[in-house]
Design a protein around this ligand. Structure first.
Ligand code: PAF
Length: 286
């Protein structure tokens, strides 16, 4: 009989985290960081597997970061189930979980934030003011607490990866940022912790998001290179499924500036609401 794989150790105190990371470094291990807000799914697990394949120690942080949620967003409702998360991590290699409380990350007199402009300004930056300030601030804190050699992020949060890379380069942080492919359900829905909010009927309608990304690729392959035409068709598809669109953007993959003619590298990005649930997705379409 196989022994049950043990769940990873959970650390809540910074001193213990740093002792463990230091011990790993002393024996020459590369340290990987996978920052998460918990509610782990296959997308997170793919990041963790990428890290454990490349690093002798992987620190998975589980922290629902209050500063990246707007006042009317789902911070309170965000799914939290540490025991379930730990069960998913069982047997996944040299993994340590750092799950601090809010007071550990943001002391009572906390007064410092990181403001990235450039790639943080459009799209999510317009629809979720302050979101990337919260993300950049907590990611920098986690980088400084863990001091990893490598950090792993999912392409599903495309704009976030640009913001994290910009901050890492601008602040000369000696951390390699690795961006891993979006993991999708067999029917195309991008894995997201927020998918648990969807009723079966909403989940079905949510497929319009990945389908409209696919449609954009087909249109381009068929010779439609006018971005306005492709965007209009994508919007029609989303609206037909009764999704409320925040944005459909065809943009330069590095700067997120809008692209008019689809004869150059382009990423398509969507944010839309299915009922109360806001989902984002993206694909390179050229
Ligand atoms: O992508 C996320 O889950 C969060 O934005 C992150 C990077 C863990 C920061 O809280």
């Amino acid at each position: 009989m196989n022994p049950t794989p043990s769940t990873p150790q959970v650390i809540t105190h910074v001193a213990e985290l740093q002792r463990r990371v230091h011990a790993a470094r002393q024996v020459g291990r590369v340290v990987g960081l996978v920052p998460t807000m918990g509610a782990l799914h296959e997308g997170h697990l793919s990041l963790i597997d990428a890290s454990t394949a490349e690093c002798g120690l992987t620190v998975v942080t589980i922290f629902v970061n209050p500063t990246q949620f707007g006042p009317n967003e789902d911070f309170a409702a965000y799914p939290r189930d540490l025991q379930h998360d730990l069960s998913l991590l069982a047997g996944r290699g040299e993994v340590l979980v750092f799950a601090p409380d809010t007071a550990t990350v943001y002391g009572a007199r906390h007064a410092t934030s990181i403001e990235v402009v450039g790639p943080a300004l459009p799209l999510e930056g317009e629809f979720r003011p302050g979101h990337f300030r919260g993300v950049a601030t907590v990611v920098l804190k986690l980088f400084l607490l863990v001091r990893p050699d490598r950090a792993y992020f999912g392409r599903k949060d495309y704009q976030q990866t640009l913001v994290v890379r910009r901050m890492t380069d601008d602040l000369h942080l000696p951390i390699h940022i690795e961006v891993c492919p979006t993991v999708r359900e067999p029917d195309g829905l991008a894995m997201s912790s927020r998918n648990v909010y969807l009723s079966p009927e909403e989940r079905q309608r949510a497929l319009a998001i990945s389908q409209s990304l696919l449609m954009a690729k087909h249109l381009i392959a068929g010779g439609t290179l006018d971005a306005a035409t492709v965007t209009a068709r994508m919007r029609e598809r989303l609206t037909a499924a009764d999704l409320k669109i925040d944005y459909v953007a065809l943009a330069d993959p590095d700067t997120l500036e809008g692209v008019a003619t689809l004869d150059r590298p382009t990423v398509a990005l969507i944010a839309a609401r299915v009922g109360q649930t806001r989902l984002i997705d993206n694909e390179r379409i050229v």
